[in-house]
Each structure stands twice: as C-alpha cells, then as structure tokens.
Design a protein around this ligand. Sequence first.
Ligand code: ATP
Length: 322
Amino acid sequence: MKKIAILTSGGDAPGMNAAIRSAAKFAFYQGIEVFGVRRGYKGMVDNDIFKMTSSDVSGIIDRGGTVLLSARLPEFKDPEVRKIAAANLKAHEIEGLIVIGGDGSFHGADLLYKEHGIKVIGIPGTIDNDIIGTDFTIGYDTTLNIIIEAMVRLRDTATSHERTYLVEVMGRDAGDLALYASLAAGGDGFFIPEAKDTVQDIADVIKERRAMGKLHDIILVSEGVGSAYEIGNELKKIVDTELRITVLGHIQRGGSPSAFDRVLATKMGAKAVKELMAGESGMMICSESNKITTKFIDYAWNGIVDNTQKRKDIELAHILTK
Ligand code: ATP
C-alpha cells in the first residue's frame, strides 16, 4: 500500500484530530503517502483532496473538532455520486481510505468498498457512543466530562434557589451520555431511551427528595427521548417545584479532548493503517475490554447489541438517585 487517504464525516468529535495525527504519522513512518479529504464525502466528490505532510498534523493532538473539516452529504446514498467520489480517489492512485465518523459514515465506506473495491477501514468517532461492537467511541469520554462539569455548576445555583433542573444532553438514540453522567456526577434522575422512566416516576423521586430535606434536583434528559421543554411541561403539571431547563447543545462537542480520548484515538489511528497494510478492508476498529480489535464494518448496524452491563448500570443509577 503506497497511498492512503483520511477523512472525517458526520458530527465532529473531540479526539478526531488525535486519530488523524496518529494515522498520518504512523503511515509516514511506514513510507506511505497520506492524503487528506476535506469535508468528508463532500470533499471526495468535489475532489478536495490534498497531500498531507507532517506539518498538517503537528500541534493538533489537543485540538477539538477536526482539521480535515466535516460535512454531511445525504446525496452520498446515490450510487452515481459514489461513482464520482471513487473516481476522484482512484485518480490520485489512492488505494486505502480511513473513515473517521459514526455508523452513517461507515455505511458510505462499506459501499465504496463493495462497489468500487477501495479498501476502507472505519474508526468510530462520535460523542454518542452508539456504535455496536466497540465499548467506546472517540469523543464520548470528553463529552461526558463536559456534561459532568455542567452538572456541578448547575448544582450550585439549583441548591441556592431550591430548583429542579432538567438538563438535556446529546446521544441520539443512545442514553450513555445521560446515564453515565448521572452515575459520575450524582444525578437525581434521568430519561434515557433504554429505560422506561415516566414523568410520574421522576415526579415521585422529586417528592421523595423534598421529604428527605433535599433542596434541588438535577435530572438528565437524553435527546433520544424528546425535548426537555416538553418533558418539563408535563412535570410541572404533577409536581410543585421551581423548574428550569438547560439544553447543553453543541457546548458538549467542543474543546480539548480528554486523555482517554487522545489515547484511544491514537491507538485506533495507527491500528487502521496497520490493517490497510495487511490488506484488510471493510473493517472497523473497536475497543473491547481495553484491547484494540477489529470487526466487519457492518457490525456497526447488523451486530448484536449487548446491553447486559448497561441494564445493571441503569439499575444501580436508579438506586443511587433516591
Ligand atoms: P454522527 O451520528 O456522529 O453524526 P454519522 O457518521 O452517523 O456520525 P451521518 O450524518 O449519519 O453521521 O452520516 C455522515 C455521512 O455519511 C452522510 O452525510 C452521508 O454522506 C454518509 N452516509 C450516511 N448514511 C449513508 C448510507 N446509507 N449510504 C451512503 N452514505 C451514507
């Protein structure tokens, strides 16, 4: 393998730069030429592809976002559009492609391989931690820490004014961010897609907490269950508490990646290059029980979801919110 390309696609995630850096530096070390594709699949179609040098990846390990820029290109579902993208890669004689993104981005990569024979390796980069097959995705840990910090700050004002805060966090259909932020920062309740807590359940918790003399509540709302404003309206009807809503929004995605995300991204970036060098394709890099492994890329959407541990953690979180 003489020439590879790297792109980032879908929502940006802190640690993507660390993965780009590691993949590029490891490839340079192996004598492989590295190309950067700007704005994900959009740049591939627009032929926005450039040869990377070591200066492109210096000083980026601690930067959030992605220096390669990211974009969404729904048209990439069209085989004719993928044909243009594949032709552009081939014109640069690029044989291997590393795609850093979520499962949508992996779908695009899988099709490039199946239809055009481009060797692809996916690296899971999304704050949502929603890719089947890997324990962790790049960016998740940083975002979790941002949410925890926000909860700590909100708690001061929540206690001082004896309020209930509903804090809406990201995660798409996965409740990991809300659940583990609750466990890590002592949340007082949560609405996540994987648990069936009702507004009445949370109202009961709030009442119990008041009876115990507790002056405030921090309740996490995962975006996958709906809007915190709508849930707040329902809650107000059945419990007498001063309610405030905070939607953390894109604050959750920015900033310097955590040590965990940097190390994870660095290991995954190098592993992706190793896989391409070994002639592998259609694979994704995973982190399982602290080991860096690989799985077929379609495991990200066809794989078996094992929620055994999550269910236990939900049970524990319910006990600890009381
Ligand atoms: P995140 O969920 O973290 O934002 P993602 O990679 O899942 O990351 P998507 O917006 O789902 O984000 O996908 C990113 C891009 O991947 C899309 O804009 C599109 O270009 C491409 N893509 C997504 N799904 C498909 C598909 N089924 N076929 C081909 N390309 C796809």
